[in-house]
Design a protein. Structure first.
Length: 174
């Protein structure tokens, strides 16, 4: 029994020490939470440097960045007062993206926010959903009880468009 306690003592002491360090470093947020959501942080004089990085100019990325700035402003972090915000946009260029990555990871920014992964994933999910709806609609038409012009509705539509284009060109030439 005494041997088991000796073996566990080091682990228990290390866990208690880690918990103490975490509680000590988090004391500012706990004090701010007690004062209320609109209260100023304990480091009110410090300006937080924030880098907002996006990979390309897409409406989803731009709207996400604008929404993020609105939330920060609502919480009292307006650009120029408590935060210094710098926006970076790689415009889908790998060389520019690498240069931006080097600049923002030098340690001069307190917070780096990347709009590329989550926003792009949401955009891809919506595109995938639209494609699945189109495919399932075509399959539903193919499996319907009515007999279509041909079994392949999509190919039939494309061939009909090509025929219409060909007919209109030949009629205008004559």
């Amino acid at each position: 029994m005494l041997e088991t306690i000796k073996r566990l003592a080091l682990g228990v002491i290390l866990i208690a020490l880690a918990a103490g360090v975490l509680l000590y470093t988090d004391r500012g947020s706990r004090n701010r939470a007690r004062r209320g959501p609109g209260a100023a942080p304990s480091h009110a004089g410090k300006v937080v440097r924030v880098a907002l990085v996006q990979s390309a100019s897409l409406p989803a990325f731009d709207e996400g960045g604008s929404g993020l700035l609105e939330v920060l402003t609502a919480r009292g972090y307006s650009d120029g007062d408590r935060i210094q915000l710098r926006r970076f946009n790689a415009e889908a260029d790998i060389g520019t993206a690498n240069a931006i990555a080097k600049e923002v990871t030098t340690g001069s920014y307190d917070l780096i926010i990347s709009l590329s992964r989550v926003m792009n994933r949401a955009r891809q999910d919506s595109i995938t959903t639209e494609i699945m709806e189109i495919v399932s609609g075509a399959e539903a038409l193919r499996g319907s009880k009515k007999k279509l012009v041909s079994d392949d509705f999509l190919a039939d539509t494309i061939e009909a468009r090509q025929a219409d284009l060909f007919e209109s060109r030949t009629e205008s030439n004559s």
